[in-house]
Design a protein around this ligand. Structure first.
Ligand code: N01
Length: 536
């Protein structure tokens, strides 16, 4: 039940949950409108994903010249990225710089976890309560809670019994961890594990990697950014950004127009080699149909399998590390020395695909009756993606209806921005928006621009509530699904589908295609927010 009887706390125009890239830029935009805003953040500083994911080797897999804000020409002209791919500390430094440069800290409240957000229908206000016992009331509530912020910690039998130290890559201690001389186990081989394993292996006495599904990983080929390259981009940054916004993923994969099977085998091989040598996610841009045609995808998959075989000395280990699924269906990984790490004598790979982890014991991990003792155990087991952070907040809309109840069979939104029954509630990069299938930064800026313009319009037109219509929401959910099924994405057990979390409904959550999505959002706004009901 909603309870609005207790003393209300701060009365605001907008309350924002989360002070990552999304919350920070939204605050900047809302402040420009002269609105009163408070951003509530569980961490002790800004940064969101870059605040929590401090595991060794953490860095972005989108090029740093692209993974940065573009709203301020001065900021992007001044800021100096040092490497092709920025490290987590560098990105966190950048976010803190932005908070200071635009004087945002006054409206950021840290160490504050939002427990509930209830819509008070009579007053037309959102009321948020926090773990610090504070209450905030606001006309608008924006969830900028991140797509990969709620950690997934599988319920391994006996997990609590382990007497050594445990870590989750998504909640890494800020002071870091020294594994020198230790026996370390790591569960999971997604992006976080793939980035951290080479670093941990260098420190630990022995590292044991528990792998359920091998990932495809492309070498990053990280290197210092050359002055000439930076100068070239900065000389025409606005156009560089504009071009990338026209790309399907909002990032330049140097997509070739030809289909993979329309060229000769020799030409394919040449292209894949060139992409492998250049490094990074642009490997997926080698041909136009890699993510839509199984036969095309097979050619890329086979190329990567051959590279793994060439790098990993022990044939049995190489075989275990070789993925069989569709490339890119689960998020492609980008690494620095991942496969090479398995040539070290202090690294062991344990395949748990056929014999799942039986138990966690006081000393370590048991698989197929064999005990692996550890001093430290790392869970690199990912996230309850896109909906997990929202599910942790008791969000209630009209008639006190919980969002968890409405989304019991999977998230339903209009444009990933709003959901029926929850007036004046906006989601940043929510399910149904391109978010994780794009460079997150332009997606975040586009959402913050759209939401702030919408709030400005609603406020100036004396509109009391804005809420998606059921018709628009149903049509959008259907459209997201139809688009997804024109690709290979729905065919594997990825976190895009919620398949990594036991019991989570299997629904493809991100919308595929940044440019058409932006066009649709612009059209909706231009047509007086069509698909939304505006109530006076
Ligand atoms: O998580 P994941 P992540 N028993 O879900 C395994 C972004 N990111 O933190 O594949 C055994 O990818 C699981 O196995 P399986 C990026 O978008 C970006 O690594 O489910 N194993 C998998 O191997 C990325 O995709 C960057 O069979 C279990 C692993 O745990 C996303 O975050 C860096 C298990 C989880 O992998 C998530 O990446 C890092 C179980 N019960 C992350 N449960 C960059 O920008 C799970 N696993 C570079």
């Amino acid at each position: 039940m909603n309870n609005f009887d207790h003393q209300p706390g701060a009365e605001l125009d907008v309350v924002v949950v989360g002070a990552g890239f999304a919350g920070l830029y939204l605050l900047y935009r809302l402040r420009e409108l002269g609105l009163s805003v408070r951003v509530l953040e569980a961490g002790s500083g800004p940064g969101g994903t870059w605040y929590w994911n401090r595991y060794p080797g953490a860095r972005c897999d989108v090029l740093s010249m692209e993974y940065s804000y573009q709203f301020s020409p001065e900021l992007q002209a001044d800021w100096v990225w040092r490497e092709r791919y920025a490290t987590q500390p560098e990105i966190l430094h950048y976010i803190n710089h932005v908070a200071d440069r635009f004087d945002l800290r006054g409206d950021l409240q840290f160490n504050t976890r939002v427990d509930s957000a209830h819509f008070d229908e009579a007053a037309g206000r959102w009321q948020l309560t926090t773990d610090t016992g504070e209450v905030f009331r606001a006309r608008f509530c924006v969830m900028a809670t991140g797509c990969l912020s709620s950690t997934n910690l599988p319920d391994f039998p006996g997990r609590q019994r382990f007497t050594g130290a445990t870590y989750h890559t998504g909640r890494w201690p800020p002071a870091g961890v020294d594994f020198t001389g230790q026996r370390v186990g790591i569960i999971g081989t997604g992006s976080s594990a793939i980035q951290s394993i080479p670093h941990i292996a260098e420190q630990a006495a022995h590292l044991t990697v528990f792998q359920r599904t091998p990932s495809y990983s492309i070498p990053a080929r990280n290197a210092p950014l050359g002055d000439a390259e930076v100068a070239h981009i900065k000389a025409d940054y606005a156009n560089f950004r504009a071009r990338n916004r026209q790309m399907s993923f909002g990032v330049d994969f140097r997509l070739r127009e030809e289909a993979a099977l329309s060229v000769s085998a020799a030409e394919r091989e040449r292209e894949y080699h060139a992409r492998w040598a250049a490094g990074g996610l642009a490997f997926l841009g080698a041909f136009s149909d890699l993510l839509v045609d199984q036969a095309a995808n097979d050619t890329a998959a086979e190329f990567i399998r051959q590279q793994i075989k060439a790098v990993v000395s022990d044939p049995l280990t190489a075989e275990k590390l070789t993925p069989t699924q569709i490339v890119g269906c689960k998020r492609l990984c980008v690494d620095s020395g991942y496969y090479e790490t398995f040539n070290r004598s202090n690294v062991t790979l344990v395949d748990v695909s056929d014999s799942p982890i039986e138990a966690i014991t006081a000393q370590g991990v048991r698989v197929a009756g064999q005990d692996y003792p550890f001093d430290s155990l790392i869970f690199a087991t990912g996230f309850d993606a896109m909906t997990g952070a929202l599910a942790k907040i008791d969000i209630r809309g009209r008639a006190g209806r919980p969002l968890s109840e409405k989304w019991a069979a999977g998230p339903r939104t209009y444009l990933g921005l709003g959901t029926v029954g929850f007036p004046n509630l906006f989601l940043m990069t929510g399910p149904g928006s391109p978010s994780v299938l794009t460079n997150m930064l332009p997606s975040i800026e586009q959402h913050a621009d759209w939401i702030s313009s919408c709030i400005a319009y609603v406020s100036s037109a004396q509109i009391k509530t804005i809420e998606a219509t059921l018709e628009a929401e149903d049509a959008w959910v259907e459209h997201v699904n139809v688009v997804a099924h024109t690709t290979l994405y729905p065919s594997c057990n990825s976190w895009y589908l919620g398949a990594n979390v036991p019991g989570k409904p299997r629904v493809f959550m991100p919308y595929i295609g940044f440019p058409p999505y932006v066009a649709k959002c612009d059209q909706v706004a231009a047509n007086g927010y069509e698909g939304f009901e505006l109530a006076h």
